[in-house]
Design a protein around this ligand. Structure first.
Ligand code: HEC
Ligand code: HEC
Length: 150
């Protein structure tokens, strides 16, 4: 059943007022959107950053942190029938290329059973492990790592 037109118009007006209201509040509090350009204009392309690949790897900010990836991963595809990361990070292949073996926790399934292959819950590596670039944070923050807050 179609809604009467005047109700639709009232709803549209209400949501427009709410949108304007919240953007005014956001401005008052000094909050800025990531997009500077008006919505009907093209935004400038974001800066390109070179991936950081420190030979000594990255430090961890807290004990349970998935380690960051210290090498390029552009060519390593992860699909349902092939996981290129595992060529180097599963035992015994890892010993040939001197890569760290995936953590023992990655061979344990949701029920706590130990498996001889990577658990499905850990299959898509880049859900947790990511490359890094030495880029300015998009939004300022006061993050301190676990050793700094002690
Ligand atoms: C050609 C072999 C190779 C492939 C493929 C590969 N890696 Fe690596 N990876 C390494 C080596 C070797 C290291 C040790 C550091 C180094 O030499 O860069 C490493 C280090 C890492 C580390 C850091 C571990 C730590 O304890 O700091 C992570 C995380 C990682 N790789 C994730 C991945 C993921 C995710 C993929 C797939 C997208 C992948 N790697 C594919 C060889 C590989
Ligand atoms: C659900 C998140 C998650 C996924 C998915 C995942 N990891 Fe991890 N990984 C972690 C965490 C957290 C750690 C550090 C704590 C630990 O050892 O469990 C870790 C540790 C590692 C380490 C370091 C091991 C060590 O002994 O220092 C390597 C290498 C690694 N992962 C590779 C991989 C690869 C390759 C994949 C994909 C097959 C993968 N991980 C998938 C979260 C994940």
């Amino acid at each position: 059943m179609a809604k009467p037109l005047h109700i639709l118009a009232a709803l549209a007006l209400l949501s427009a007022t709410a949108a304007i209201g919240s953007s005014v509040i956001a401005q008052d509090r000094g909050v800025k959107g990531l997009r500077d350009t008006p919505i009907n204009q093209l935004d400038a392309a974001p800066d390109l950053y070179k991936q950081s690949t420190p030979a000594e790897g990255f430090g961890r900010s807290y004990r349970q942190q998935p380690p960051l990836i210290p090498h390029k991963i552009d060519g390593y595809q992860i699909s349902t029938d092939n996981n290129a990361c595992m060529t180097c990070h599963d035992w015994p292949g890892n010993t040939r290329v001197h890569a760290p073996k995936i953590s023992e926790t990655h061979y344990v399934d949701r029920q706590g059973a130990r498996l001889d292959k990577v658990a499905g819950t850990r299959y898509f590596c880049t859900q947790c492990h990511v490359p890094q670039a030495d880029a300015k944070p998009l939004v300022g923050n006061t993050f301190e790592n676990a050793t700094q807050v002690k």
